[in-house]
Design a protein around this ligand. Structure first.
Ligand code: GLC
Length: 692
C-alpha cells in the first residue's frame, strides 16, 4: 500500500509514474515540523532498527548512524566523511521489531538525512525547500516494499545484451590506432572484451557530438571494423556545450534559446573541460528533443552506446565566480600572505568549483514556471539521461542502446543505468562498490557498476584482480581509470592470465546473470539484495555488510583486503561454494549454514549457490555474441528434483515479455541419478551434487 502526502507546492519531478491522490491526514510514523520554509520529519529508532536505501551514496548498506545530503555533487574523493556524491535517491526503508515501511521523498532540491548522526536513536529528514511529495510504502517484507516502490516509479532501463560484456575504458585514449591497439592486446591474448569507452579525448576540443578528424579520420569505418570484431565503441557526452561561434550545437542552442539563463535573461556561462560553456535546459521538452537528436550525429556513424557525464552539472567556475577569485588575488598581490590571507587566496580559487552561489545564478523553465536551479538541482542529470534515451527511441525504437550516466535521480532509472563515479584505487572502494549495488537496486537502478581497478590513484595487480572478481557480477563491468594514473588494462600486468581467467567466469555465468537481471527488471524485482531482505529473522544476516544476495539462487562475498588469502563468510543457510579460478577450473564444496573462514588464493573467487538451487554455466567465449546460451552445465547441491527458469532473448528487442523469454529447466533426482531437461537446451549435470 502506498500513500502520498504533499507539502508546499511540489513540482512534477518525473520520479513517479503513478498518480496517487494526496492524503489529508498527517504523515504516519514521523513527527512533522514546518519551519521557515523547511519541512522536517522525525522518527525514533529502536536499538535494533535497520535503515536501508539512499541508492548511490557512501558508507554502508545499513545507512544508520550518519549524515547524508541529497545534492548531486561532482566529488572524486569518496571518503567516509562525505555526505553527497553524484546522485540523489531519496528512498529509505525502516526495518525493526516494531516497524517495517518505506518512505520516498520526491524532492528535487537539497535534503538532509540525519540517520542517527546527531542523536543515535533519532532520524531527522529535512527538505530545505519544503516543496515535496512524501510516499509511505507498506508491505509485509523489505522485498515487497521495494517491489511496490518500483511499481510506483516505473520499469527499469533495459540495456542490450552486449552491454553485459567486459568493457575497457581509460581517460586518455585519443586516437583510432590507440583504441585498435587496446582491442588487439585483448584479442591476441584471448582476454574477453565487448566494448571500449571513448573518453573526452575523442572529441574535437571537447565539443559534444564532434570527433577529432585527425585522430579519428574515418569513425564510420573504425566503428564498422570494431563491430566486425564484436566490439562496440562507447563515446562520452558531457552536459556543458562549448561556447564557440561556428560550432553547430552551440549556435543552434543559442539561436533557439535552449540554454539555462541568468536572472537578466542572458545565458549562464560556466566552465567545464572546453572552458566557457553553456548548459542545456534539459527540463524543457523542446530542449530534450533537440539535444537527444544530437546523438544521431554519432549514431549515424554506427555508435550504439553512450555515457553521459558532468551532469550534476559539474562547474569548474562561472564567469562570476572566477572574476571574484581574481579580485581577491588582485587585492592580495604583493602582500605578505599570512595564515589568513594565504588561505583566503587558495579558497578563493578552490571555491569556484561546484559553488553553491553559482547554482543560484541560473534558472530553468519547468511547465511554464521559471525555477531557480538550486530548487531542482538534483533533476539535471536525470533529464539529460532522459533526453538521450528519448533521442535513441526516436532514432530506432526497435533497438536497445547502452546508456549510463554519472548524475541521477529516481526516474532516470527508466532511461539508463549509472556508474558509481570517480572512485579510487583503494581496497575500501571494492567494499563500497559492493555496498552501493543493492541500494541502487532498491531505487530501480539495476544496470550499474563501479570503475573496476579504481579511477583515481595508481592501482596494483592484486587490487585489479580482486576488483574484477566482484565486477564479474555487476551488470556494468567496466575497467576505467583516470589520465596520468598507472595503466590498468588487464594486459599491462604480469599476472594478466589470472585476470583473463576471472573474466571467463563472467562470460560463463553470463546466461545466468543476464537471466536474473532481466527477470528482475521485467518484474520490478532486485538483482542484488542485502542479506536482510532474504533472512529478516536472522540477526546476523541482517547486519552483514560485505556479502550480498544475487538473483534468486546465489550469494556473493568478494575478497576486498590486500594480502588476504581468504575471508570470513557467513552462510545464513546451506550453500554450495563454487571456488572459481576460471569458467572451466573450479571446485565445489557443499557447506552447512554457519560461520567460516574460507581460503581464497589471489586467483580464486567464490560464488555461493543456495542448497536446492541450480545455476547454469556456459562455455567461455571472448565476446557476448560468441556465448552459446543453449549448451549449459548446471552447478548445484540438491536433495531432490527442482525446476527453475532461465530467461533469454535476442538482447535487443525493446519490449521483451518476461514469459515468452523463459525456458523451464527441470532437474530430476533419483538416488544418485540426476537428469535435467529444458526445451532447446543441452544440459550437463556432472556438477550437480546430491544429498549430504
Ligand atoms: C569525469 C568522469 C570520468 C571521466 C573524466 C574525463 O571525471 O567521472 O569517468 O574519465 O571525467 O571525461
Amino acid at each position: 500500500m502506498i500513500r502520498r502526502y504533499d507539502f508546499g507546492s511540489p513540482i512534477h519531478t518525473g520520479a513517479v509514474v503513478r498518480e496517487l491522490a494526496v492524503e489529508n491526514a498527517a504523515v504516519p510514523f514521523f513527527a512533522t515540523e514546518v519551519q521557515e520554509g523547511r519541512v522536517s520529519f522525525t522518527i525514533h529508532m529502536d536499538v535494533d532498527d535497520l535503515v536501508f536505501g539512499l541508492g548511490e551514496s557512501l558508507r554502508g548498506i545499513n545507512k544508520r548512524g550518519h549524515l547524508y545530503r541529497a545534492w548531486n555533487s561532482d566529488d572524486f574523493s569518496h571518503t567516509e566523511n562525505k555526505a553527497s556524491i553524484y546522485a540523489s535517491h531519496n528512498l529509505l526503508l525502516f526495518s525493526g521489531r516494531e516497524k517495517l515501511f518505506g518512505v520516498y521523498f520526491d524532492d528535487p532540491g537539497a535534503m538532509e538525512f540525519d540517520l542517527g548522526y546527531t542523536r543515535g536513536d533519532t532520524a531527522v529528514i529535512t527538505s530545505e525547500n519544503g516543496d515535496l511529495s512524501v510516499y509511505i510504502i507498506e508491505a509485509d517484507s523489505l522485498t515487497a516494499i521495494c517491489k511496490e516502490f518500483r511499481g510506483l516509479i516505473g520499469r527499469s532501463y533495459l540495456p542490450p545484451k552486449w552491454a553485459f560484456g567486459y568493457i575497457q575504458s581509460r581517460w586518455g585514449y585519443s586516437s583510432d590506432p590507440e583504441v585498435r591497439n587496446v582491442v588487439k592486446e585483448h584479442r591476441d591474448r584471448h582476454i574477453p572484451l565487448d566494448g571500449v569507452c571513448m573518453d573526452i579525448d575523442y572529441m574535437e576540443d571537447f565539443k559534444d557530438f564532434t570527433w577529432n578528424k585527425k585522430s579519428f579520420p574515418d569513425l564510420r569505418k573504425f566503428n564498422a571494423d570494431m563491430r566486425a570484431d564484436h566490439i562496440r565503441l562507447i563515446p562520452i557526452i558531457d552536459a556543458g556545450v562549448k561556447q564557440l561561434k561556428g560550432y553547430d550545437t552551440c549556435d543552434v542552442g543559442l539561436k533557439k534559446d535552449y540554454f539555462v539563463k541568468k536572472a537578466d535573461g542572458k545565458p549562464f556561462v560556466g566552465a567545464v573541460w572546453p572552458g566557457r560553456s553553456y548548459f542545456p535546459d534539459f527540463l524543457r521538452e523542446d530542449v530534450r528533443t533537440w539535444f537527444g537528436g544530437e546523438y544521431s550525429k554519432l549514431m549515424d556513424e554506427g555508435i550504439e552506446g553512450f555515457w553521459n557525464d558532468m551532469n550534476e552539472p559539474a562547474l569548474f567556475y562561472s564567469e562570476e565566480s572566477i572574476a571574484e577569485a581574481f579580485a581577491v588575488a588582485d587585492k592580495l598581490r604583493n602582500e605578505n600572505l599570512d595564515i589568513h590571507s594565504a588561505f583566503a587566496l587558495k579558497d578563493a580559487f578552490n571555491g569556484t568549483a561546484n559553488n553553491m552561489e553559482d547554482y543560484r545564478r541560473f534558472y530553468h523553465e519547468v511547465d511554464g514556471q521559471t525555477i531557480r536551479h538550486d530548487k531542482i538541482h538534483n533533476l539535471y542529470g536525470a533529464y539529460m539521461t532522459r533526453a538521450a534515451a528519448e533521442g535513441f527511441r526516436r532514432y530506432d525504437s526497435s533497438k536497445r542502446f547502452l546508456l549510463f550516466s554519472r548524475a541521477s535521480f529516481v526516474g532516470a532509472h527508466r532511461y539508463g543505468g549509472v556508474w558509481q563515479g570517480d572512485n579510487s584505487s583503494w581496497w575500501s572502494h571494492i567494499k563500497l562498490n559492493l555496498q552501493m549495488l543493492p541500494s541502487l537496486n532498491m531505487c530501480g537502478f539495476l544496470y550499474s557498476g563501479a570503475d573496476l581497478g579504481g579511477f583515481s590513484c595508481n592501482t596494483t595487480e592484486d587490487l585489479m584482480l580482486r576488483w574484477l572478481q566482484l565486477g564479474v557480477f555487476s551488470p556494468l563491468m567496466r575497467n576505467h581509470s583516470a589520465d596520468h594514473t598507472r595503466e590498468q588494462e588487464v594486459y599491462r600486468f604480469a599476472n594478466w592470465e589470472d585476470m583473463r581467467d576471472i573474466l571467463t567466469v563472467r562470460y560463463g555465468l553470463l546466461p545466468y546473470l543476464y537471466s536474473e537481471f532481466m527477470k528482475a527488471a521485467l518484474s520490478d524485482g532486485m538483482y542484488f539484495r542485502p542479506l536482510a531482505f532474504d533472512y529478516p529473522t536472522d540477526d546476523v544476516a541482517c547486519r552483514v555488510e560485505d556479502q550480498v544476495m544475487l538473483g534468486s539462487d546465489c550469494m556473493i562475498a568478494p575478497v576486498y583486503e590486500q594480502n588476504a588469502r581468504g575471508r570470513h563468510v557467513y552462510l545464513p543457510e546451506d550453500m554450495l561454494m563454487v571456488r572459481f579460478r576460471s569458467a572451466t577450473d573450479y571446485d565445489l564444496t557443499p557447506m552447512e549454514a554457519g560461520h567460516y573462514w574460507i581460503e581464497l588464493a589471489l586467483n580464486e573467487m567464490p560464488l555461493f549457490i543456495r542448497r536446492g538451487h541450480v545455476v547454469p554455466l556456459a562455455k567461455p567465449a571472448e565476446y557476448v555474441e560468441g556465448i552459446d546460451f543453449t549448451d549449459l552445465r548446471l552447478l548445484g547441491w540438491l536433495d531432490e528434483g527442482v525446476t527453475t527458469t532461465l530467461y533469454n532473448d535476442d538482447g535487443q528487442t525493446t519490449e521483451p515479455v518476461l514469459e515468452s523469454g523463459l525456458t523451464t529447466i527441470t532437474v530430476t533426482v533419483e538416488g544418485e541419478n540426476v537428469n535435467a531437461r529444458g526445451e532447446g537446451l543441452t544440459l550437463n549435470v556432472d556438477d550437480v551434487i546430491v544429498g549430504e
